[in-house]
Design a protein. Sequence first.
Length: 689
Amino acid sequence: MDEQLRAFRDGVIARAMAELGGRNPAGGFGSVVGEMLEEAEELVDFVPCQYRGTGTRRRSLGVDGYAFDEADGSLRLVIVEFDGEQHPATVTQTTAKATFSKIVAFVDEAFTGNDDHLPAEEDPASDFSGLLQIHQPNITRLRFYLVTDGILSDRIRDWPEQSIGGIPAEFHIWDIARLHDALSSRSGREALTVDFGGLVSGGVPCLKASLNQSEYSGYLCVLPGDALARMYEEYGSRLLEGNVRSFLGKAVKVNKAIRETALRSPEMFFAFNNGIAATATSVETHDTPDGPRLLAATDLQIVNGGQTTASLALARRKDGADLNGIFVQMKLSVVDADKSNELIPKISEYANRQTKVYDSDLFSNHAFHRKLEELSRRIKAPPRAGSQRPTAWFYERAKGQYRIETSKMSPAEKLRFEADNPRRQVITKTDLAKIENSWRQLPHEVSKGAQKNFDVYSKLVVSEWQQKPLQFNDEFFKCVVAHAIVFRELEQLVPTQTDWYDGGYRANIVTFTIAKLAQIIAEQGAGGALNVQSIWRTQTISSALSAQLKVVAPVMYSVLTSPEQGLENVTEWCKKELAWQRAQQQHVRLLPELAEELVSQSEELERKADALGAARIDAGIAAVTEVVNYKSSNWRAMREWGIRRNELTAKEDQLLLLAGTAGRIPSERQAAAILEIRKRLEAEGFRSA
């Protein structure tokens, strides 16, 4: 094993050992690799669910987590083999077969209604078994993942597909080397290469639609509907870019117009449907006497037309539709791998702007994230007790930014970077939404999973940004970090409370406890607020706050594990607003020692007002600086372009004339207006030289 892989494995084991307070390393490993598979985009909204037991005919059963994929209707199931020793074990065919048999047996027992082996009391495994029984008719495919800290034997063979309960099932083994390779790549996931030559004899007809450029090339293709459906059935939502996956997860599974056309008028599908837009980092083509053919595409992602793709796949599977007479146009943009993280989100955004997709659906690309990224890179947190070194809380605006930052560094540079930007202080976009919606007293939304909760948070923030963008300032960032510190301290605290906590539902307990704490302070704090500045200064929580959390958490656990009559499943109960209403009704006293630490309402208002004033000054200076730095020649070219196209009002013309006059400095208000004009004209098609 090389040094990089060894260091990666050691880091994973250390996280697994610490994840559940050191009480359950194997369970901790399951939680950690669930997060890693999410980062690798193999699954979405992973739910830890550790269980080992014995079923009928003395079959060994096991599961460590699962994730329903609403975009493609599949169910991803995870089982782990964790050793934790210094030298990794070799995973053989025999070991893999025995491990897979446990999770297959668990699913089979659930499908047949055999639940005598499950815990009698509320338990994640019992919840999952119930969900399997309910949703079996709607599951399109079972995708099993065996994840291990060992190394896969070279002799292990491919695992053939099976059918379980009439549902096709596929099997994937992720050893520590595969995890390392995927998460060390620039994309942060395994490169998905689609073999179009295998889907369409001779490849897909295509036409090059770009000039010879190093960063970008384009193709227009015509895909047979059956090939597109089979491609989606094989690869599932891995084909969908993040915004599209989110949108499709919220949309109706089968668009009625697409379905009707596929079933009633297949010959008109090409005429009635807008087709799909896709991206790739490289392609393989072949020239034939009839024109070029697309043979393969690496890292293929559908950035627009996900509903067309999913609807055709479902029409083929559910309705038995014959898709041979259907053809779908595909615009394929090929971008260099080094530029993919920058360009693909832009291609996705512009492609979806042409359809009815709202700002909140494209929130991943919103200016809010760029602002938070800028704040996180600029503002250093005070040293923790015992340390002399300020550190940063690293906000990931784009997936895998932290990993990409370090990928090209020397070992010494990487050590310095990680010392300044500790991994434990990385905040992803879904982390942010989970933490902030907990403090906004929306724990039932957080419990619905990372993506659905992110959608809720996006609507709130888009609205707030439009009304008061300057409130997202330095103090806002410090408040976010303080909230994150409390949230993460509580995550570590819950597993240590052995007098009432016996495993399971930790994520739900944490979000409900934070929400309840916010309610207690609001109702019993006499107008006071949590002292986020103190938490920011010390980078930890006080003993009084820790004591309060220890009082609130068991009460929330009791509420969550006592579902309303008719809602026996705890996992589903946590998602109901009624569960939060029940939690709100529980009286928990604000401890006097925490009440003393709250800051007064006047202090809080003064802090926010000062921050807003500073933000206004900073924004004004930044606007003037941006206008001056854009160059007079660019402003003149923009003005001429706008005049030719009759795009400018007299006032706008006057402002651009000011910006284009060398030596003249606009006021802060004028600079803000000039930048708005530039934004509008660039949206209309203006490009500077």
